[in-house]
Design a binder for this molecule. Structure first.
Ligand code: FDP
Length: 299
């Protein structure tokens, strides 16, 4: 069985990027442990978006930050839980992350995840997603899995009982297929175009697979090799809720590398410039044909 390290070597990942991946992998193993063993209580604090933080959100954030601080190749980090990017040193790599995405699902024991985007930059402001040199997501469900790319291929690894990641899927590809994960369905109350799109999916007998967590929902599209995840905006929040830097760009990098697509309805997610760290964007992501359909239906 091939390990995480075997595959990075096979993909000719540079020694430096290998080291960054190792830091991410170590953090994921520790978060996996605490997700399974810690309580689900609130931390009593709010993040910059005014959302209540769980003790686990804070802990996951600290685990990642501590791990990245140990790596001199990482010069810059930005966390969805922190107000600003943090300069760590002169290392050429910049890592942005959402430490525990979907944390409203922790108390009911649904799957949650971590999202990482890796760049070579001195600030995240001005970055485009297509500058990423790597992206990685971790899913903490009944199993802990990681899906990553360094721009060569998209691979999945599973954490075994010996606390080692082994290869589970060697070359993930997204094709076409009738599966939908319609986020922010509240938008149909004001948007006839989104209503029409959802109506199309239902009438065409698409399979509904929606967990409420962006990481497991998109992980599913990657592993089933088909489908669409949508999260539009409406009314007072035209850009929706999901963050370009921390969530949408890394997901778009993974899905695009797997042969899928990601758009905000007009512009490819990977072409969007990060103007501020907490920038949000609507997103339609998954099979190419499905993303095209979303762009046609939605004005
Ligand atoms: P959560 O608020 O539980 O952290 O970005 C966060 C996210 O979850 C995504 O994982 C998920 O897809 C989305 O929000 C769900 O949004 P709604 O609150 O609109 O259902």
């Amino acid at each position: 069985m091939k390990t995480f390290c075997d595959c990075l070597n096979e993909n000719a990942v540079s020694e430096e990027l290998f080291s960054v991946f190792t830091s991410l992998k170590n953090a994921v193993k520790e978060i996996s442990r605490v997700v399974k063993t810690s309580g689900t209580e609130k931390a009593g604090t709010q993040n910059i978006y005014g959302e209540d933080q769980l003790a686990l959100d804070v802990l996951a954030d600290k685990i990642i930050m501590d791990e990245l601080k140990k790596n001199p190749l990482v010069g810059l980090v930005a966390s969805e839980e922190l107000p600003d990017e943090v300069k760590l040193g002169d290392g050429e790599y910049a890592v942005c992350y959402d430490p525990l995405d979907g944390s409203s699902l922790v108390d009911v024991n649904l799957a949650v995840g971590t999202i990482f985007g890796v760049y070579k930059r001195k600030t995240f402001v001005g970055a485009k997603g297509n500058e990423q040199v790597a992206a990685l997501i971790a899913v903490y469900g009944p199993r802990t899995t990681v899906v990553l790319t360094s721009g060569k291929r998209v691979q999945e690894f599973v954490l075994g009982s010996d606390n080692k990641f082994v290869l589970a899927n060697d070359d993930i590809k997204i094709e076409e297929g009738k599966m939908f994960a319609p986020g922010n369905l509240r938008a149909v109350s004001e948007r006839a175009d989104y209503m029409n799109l959802v109506d199309y999916w239902c009438k065409e007998k698409y399979t509904l697979r929606y967990s409420g967590g962006m990481v497991p929902d998109i992980n599913q599209i990657l592993l089933k090799g088909k489908g669409i995840f949508s999260y539009p905006g409406y009314g007072d929040v035209p850009d929706g809720k999901l963050r370009l830097l921390f969530e949408c760009a890394p997901m778009a990098f993974l899905v695009t590398q797997a042969g899928g697509a990601a758009s905000d309805g007009n512009v490819e997610i990977l072409e969007k410039v990060v103007e501020k760290l907490d920038q949000r964007t609507p997103i339609y992501i998954g099979s190419k044909g499905e993303v095209e359909r979303c762009c046609k239906f939605l004005q």
